[in-house]
Design a protein around this ligand. Structure first.
Ligand code: CS2
Length: 518
């Protein structure tokens, strides 16, 4: 598929959208849904139709639908966010079809149209329609990509954050939900009342034990709303844990232009992703499931070691490069990791501060896994922005990085490489510019609070760590706070240079390790 005959080489303005009707006009090298979409039924209702879902789960179903027998497993999307209105309009215009451009590290490109989504409900405008769809007996699985923050997990209690205004609203008004959990509870209430089988709730977010966490959050919510419903859920609903993986950058104009040129049709929201994809799922479903393994997913008894490996290496690795690279002035992951100083720092972080915490995994060679990560991050055809990686760090870092720090401290293992990353996050939140004095593009629900704490660092070096909803008791752990102060001292010199600081920190770390192993 390297040899792409451009369909729109004359650069004529395009007038036609990608749709069921125009599929036939696509150049032959494009992989289109060759199954009868009219016969499909939405056995899966998916909440949170972002780029990742469309590059991952929807792609697996698309592959599965190419062989007969899975027609009942198409997808109906649900958008809960006000900014999903535009997505709904686009998908309706395109008969829920969209293009997926898969970019390999060697430059090979696979161009696809994904046809597994057959409906989309914009919930803020159609609450009851969304609840009815979830409650419909054809819905066997409700899957979720609602981001790490969407679960409202309180980092200190480990339970549902009952002070969150939307959760408070959903407890007080169960028939008028705002959150994904609230919608699921309202739909399961209908199932319970009708004595119908429960659907499975399947999380596809980067949270360790994502199924168990979803279960705990939903049980706490329903316990407050209606204890009998909570007990029914406890007995009847399965929440499989899963590890999901595929790097999917934010769609840019470059991607849209590429699709216009190559497909010769307008697609208002194409998705570009890397060629690597992995999905490891616990085989625990309450109401049937597609044979995802036929499309490349893997069913296992216990996903714990897979998810820990992925979240603590890949996701944390992204955050390490994201924060350090942003402060330096880089803008994408591939650019950052191509700089040997950053690649060395990342490798040392993975080898010395994460690997000792990971369990042995049958059939997985950790050394090779880490090498593949560096290769994936280096893919020059995936322009994954550091702004995306650093977005919502307040929801990500507790799960990706702070958990690693806490576990290392518990066994008295040095975590100076991670400490520099947290200190860099402080500088990033405080100054909001990189070391070239250019403004950073920061997107974080807690941005104001992060800034408020970070900006006191000048007078109180530990001020940022006082944000206990993120850092729990790290401030009281001298083994950490001392490393953090050292890092702040280096970073807060007016002419400081992150690369030199990384080199110094790494050198000191390697010396410490050498002494320990003597
Ligand atoms: C990234 C993830 O959000 C992030 O910070 O690490 O989106 C990552 O790209 C995916 O989890 C890859 O599977």
């Amino acid at each position: 598929m390297n040899d792409i005959s451009k369909n729109n080489s004359q650069n004529q303005p395009l007038t036609q959208h990608l749709s069921q009707l125009t599929l036939a006009e696509l150049p032959e090298h494009i992989d289109i849904p060759n199954y009868d979409r009219k016969n499909l039924k939405a056995g899966i209702v998916h909440i949170g139709v972002g780029g990742f879902h469309r590059a991952h789960q929807a792609m697996y179903i698309n592959e599965l639908l190419k062989t007969p027998g899975s027609e009942q497993w198409a997808i109906c999307g649900i958008g809960l966010l006000e900014n999903n209105r535009g997505l709904r309009d686009t998908l309706v215009k395109q008969d829920y079809l969209y293009s997926l451009v898969v970019r390999h590290p060697n430059g090979q490109i696979d161009n696809k149209v994904i046809g597994s989504m057959i409906d989309f409900i914009f919930a803020p405008e159609n609450k009851q329609t969304a609840i009815d769809k979830l409650a419909h007996n054809d819905t066997k699985i409700v899957s979720l990509t609602i981001t790490e923050g969407g679960y409202n997990l309180h980092p200190i209690t480990g339970d549902l954050d009952l002070t969150n205004p939307d959760i408070m609203h959903d407890i007080a008004s169960p028939n008028d939900p705002k959150t994904a959990l609230g919608y699921i509870a309202a739909a399961l209430k209908v199932r319970q009342a009708n004595n119908s089988p429960a659907f499975t709730v399947q999380s596809c977010d980067n949270i360790q034990h994502n199924g168990a966490v979803t279960r705990r959050m939903l049980l706490t919510l329903t316990e407050k709303q209606d204890p009998a419903l909570s007990q029914w859920i406890e007995k009847n609903v399965a929440f499989p844990n899963a590890m999901v993986d595929r790097i999917t950058p934010v769609t840019t104009k470059v991607d849209t232009d590429y699709v216009s040129e190559t497909f010769g049709l307008i697609d208002e929201w194409p998705i570009t992703c890397e060629s690597f994809s992995q999905w490891v799922i616990e085989d625990n479903f309450s109401n049937g499931r597609p044979n995802w393994d036929l499309a490349g997913a893997q069913f296992v008894q216990d996903v714990t070691p897979f998810e820990k490996m992925k979240i603590r290496l890949l996701n944390a690795g992204h955050s390490v490069l994201g924060l350090l690279g942003s402060i330096h002035g880089y803008s994408t992951i591939d650019e950052t990791v191509s700089d040997q100083d950053f690649a060395n720092y990342l490798s040392a972080f993975m080898d010395l501060e994460v690997t000792p915490l990971l369990d042995e995994l049958d059939g997985i060679d950790l050394v090779a896994y880490k090498e593949t990560l560096i290769e994936r991050f280096s893919n020059p055809n995936i322009k994954d922005s550091l702004a995306r990686i650093c977005s919502e760090s307040s929801a990500k870092l507790p799960k990706f990085l702070i958990a690693t720090i806490t576990e290392n401290l518990a066994v008295k293992r040095d975590c100076s490489l991670a400490a520099l990353v947290i200190a860099t996050w402080c500088l990033y939140s405080d100054k909001q510019v990189n070391q070239q004095q250019q403004a950073l593009d920061i997107q974080d629900a807690m941005q104001e609070q992060l800034h408020e704490y970070a900006q006191q660092t000048g007078s109180d070096k530990l001020a940022f760590l006082k944000l206990s909803s993120l850092f729990t008791d790290l401030i009281d752990q001298p083994d950490f706070s001392q490393l953090y102060i050292n890092a702040i001292n280096l970073l807060y010199v007016p002419t400081s240079n992150i690369k030199n600081i990384m080199k110094t920190t790494l050198e000191q770390k390697l010396n410490k390790v050498a002494l320990e192993t003597k």
